[in-house]
Every structure is written in structure tokens, then in C-alpha cells.
Write a protein that binds this ligand. Structure first.
Ligand code: XMP
Length: 310
């Protein structure tokens, strides 16, 4: 594919669709939303309002990291604190699809609905990629960002239209476009991270306490595995517990799963054969997190598993 021509076409299309109106987009710091932010700014400049939604589900240090990169590129970002709204909507939910649904609704209806009313934006630019659409349509899982393809009319339901400039690309294509747009390696080489963020890494209820546990484990896994060249690596908190011993006392503690996979486009994946020493070190560090006494390594390819746990 001619990615340079792709960029020109998408910029022209955004310009033409938005006209003189205002558009918004949410930046998460992942490669997809970063590419959309740059394309949108090139197309309509400051008529694109880019927001970073602090949903309380982010990794350690994430908002600060993203803001710095974009302010260095001269793209202004507004931070929206929506932590209470997201955690409130997730309260008591354990079913994966209900959790995803709650995040979708909070994002599109509650938070974006409010922002759209405040800014008068008529368009939402969105980082949906081809894999998201295919998996949602195939009924494998409802990606948080899919609307029209499953019969939701955002104009009718939320009062704005959605533009999806990346919907013909897969992850590898998005990375090529990101490089051509001059995004730094920190973004172009960043491992994929799902929109619903750490909520996809928690089996069972998402609470602040459980988020803190998976956030700490995620920081360890990302630090230990960033030199593997793997497509994606992550820590998952299970809802089961296991017996362990801490300070000579019995403890019924938490279980963290570590997953590290090779993949080209996330449609299939195989587990990485990590060196034993590395696994042992990760296990030691993760079981040092408060209340965690087991650490497991997931050997399952996709299929039959998916990459995320919910
Ligand atoms: P699965 O778990 O479906 O994941 O094998 C495939 C790839 O997509 C990412 N993923 C998501 N990305 N919103 C996103 O933006 C989502 O709801 C979502 N769910 C999964 C996942 O991290 C993997 O790279």
C-alpha cells in the first residue's frame, strides 16, 4: 500500500467531511488514536479538539507521558477527568460484555455527549482499525469503539457523526503511517493497548483496589519484557484466589497471569518462549505486590484464546 497517498487522501477526506464545523477526538496515547490526532490536526488545525480522557483505567504515568509527547509536537491536548464516571459505571459488573458495554456507554454517551454539547462539535474522529471491525462483526468480542458496524447510529444516539480514517488498515499499516507522520518511536513502537485499558486485564469486578494491583503488575511486566521485541505483553488479574504463605501465615491471595505473545496483526498470536531466568524474576517481583501470591505464565495461542482476557 502507498501510505503517503493514504495520508493525503485521509487528510482531504477529513477536511471535506468536517467542513467549517468542529470535530473532537480522544487521544489515549496508543498508536491508533495518536495517528488520528495528527491526521486530524493536519486536516483542520485547531478546529479539532483533542481530549485525553482520564478514565481511571490507565497505566502508571500514562497521562503525563502522552501529554508531554503531544505538547512537544505542538498539538494541544485537554485532560478530562472522568474517573468517577467510569468507575461508577463499572461498579458491580463481572460479565466481560457488560463491562465493555458500560465503558462504551460512559465514553460515548456520558463523557463525549457532555463534551460535544459543551464544544458544539459535530464530528468525532476515531481510531477504529480493520481488525476491530472484523472481530466485532464476527461476534468474537465487542471492541469498545465499534458503533455503526453493529447498528448503532451515533448521530441519533449521541448527537454526532463518527469518522474513522484508519478503518482500512491493520496495526502494521497504522505503524507505517505513524512513522511517516513523524510520530516518535515511543508511540510508533508502543505495544498495542486496548481502549478499555486495564479493565480488559481484570477478570471480575473492576475496583480501584484491583486496578492498583493490575497497574503495579503491568508496570513490572512492561519493564521486564520491553526488550523482547514481542508484539504485546501484559499482566492480568484473575478473580480466583489461591492459598499462599506470607510471613509464615496462611493467606488467600490474588493471582496474576503474565502473557507475552508474538503476532503480526493481532488476528492470531503465539506465546513467546521467555527465558526461565526472566520468568523467575517477573514472578518474584509480581508476588512482592501486596496481596498477590501467585504468578502464572499463559502458554495459550490465539486461537483458541483471544489476546486479552475480557
Ligand atoms: P483480542 O483480545 O481480541 O485482541 O485477541 C486483539 C487486539 O486488539 C486489542 N484489543 C482492543 N483494542 N479496543 C481496542 O482499542 C478494545 O476494546 C480491544 N480489545 C482488544 C488487544 O489488545 C489486541 O492487541
Amino acid at each position: 500500500m502507498d501510505y503517503k497517498a493514504f495520508i493525503d487522501e485521509q487528510i482531504a477526506e477529513i477536511k471535506e467531511s468536517v467542513g467549517n464545523q468542529i470535530a473532537m477526538n480522544a487521544l489515549s496515547g496508543g498508536v491508533d488514536s495518536s495517528v488520528v490526532s495528527v491526521l486530524g490536526h493536519r486536516a483542520i488545525g485547531n478546529r479539532l479538539k483533542t481530549v485525553f480522557i482520564e478514565n481511571g483505567l490507565m497505566r502508571q504515568g500514562e497521562p503525563q507521558r502522552v501529554l508531554k509527547i503531544f505538547s512537544d509536537m505542538g498539538i494541544p491536548i485537554q485532560i478530562i477527568d472522568a474517573k468517577r464516571e467510569f468507575l461508577g459505571a463499572l461498579k458491580g459488573l463481572t460479565d466481560p460484555e457488560e463491562k465493555r458495554n458500560a465503558i462504551t456507554k460512559t465514553f460515548y454517551a456520558t463523557v463525549f455527549g457532555r463534551l460535544v454539547r459543551e464544544t458544539g462539535a459535530k464530528y468525532l474522529l476515531h481510531g477504529t482499525i480493520l481488525t476491530d471491525i472484523e472481530e466485532t462483526v464476527a461476534g468474537i468480542k465487542r471492541q469498545h469503539n465499534i458503533l455503526a458496524q453493529i447498528g448503532i447510529d451515533p448521530e441519533k444516539e449521541y448527537g454526532y457523526q463518527v469518522l474513522e480514517p484508519l478503518k482500512t488498515l491493520r496495526k502494521d499499516g497504522v505503524r507505517e503511517v505513524a512513522k511517516l507522520l513523524g510520530l516518535p518511536p515511543e508511540i510508533t513502537q508502543r505495544i498495542p493497548f486496548p481502549g478499555p485499558a486495564l479493565a480488559t486485564r481484570i477478570v471480575g469486578e473492576v475496583t480501584e483496589e484491583r486496578l492498583a494491583t493490575v497497574r503495579a503488575a503491568t508496570a513490572i511486566v512492561e519493564e521486564e519484557l520491553s526488550d523482547t521485541g514481542a508484539f504485546q505483553y501484559m499482566a492480568i488479574l484473575l478473580s480466583d484466589r489461591a492459598t499462599g504463605m506470607v510471613g509464615g501465615k496462611r493467606e488467600f491471595g490474588q493471582i496474576i497471569v503474565v502473557r507475552c505473545i508474538h503476532s503480526v496483526d493481532a488476528r492470531t498470536a503465539t506465546p513467546v518462549e521467555l527465558p526461565w531466568d526472566k520468568l523467575k524474576r517477573i514472578c518474584e517481583r509480581i508476588t512482592a505486590i501486596k496481596d498477590v501470591n501467585r504468578c502464572l505464565y499463559d502458554l495459550t495461542p490465539k486461537p483458541p484464546a483471544t489476546i486479552e482476557y475480557i
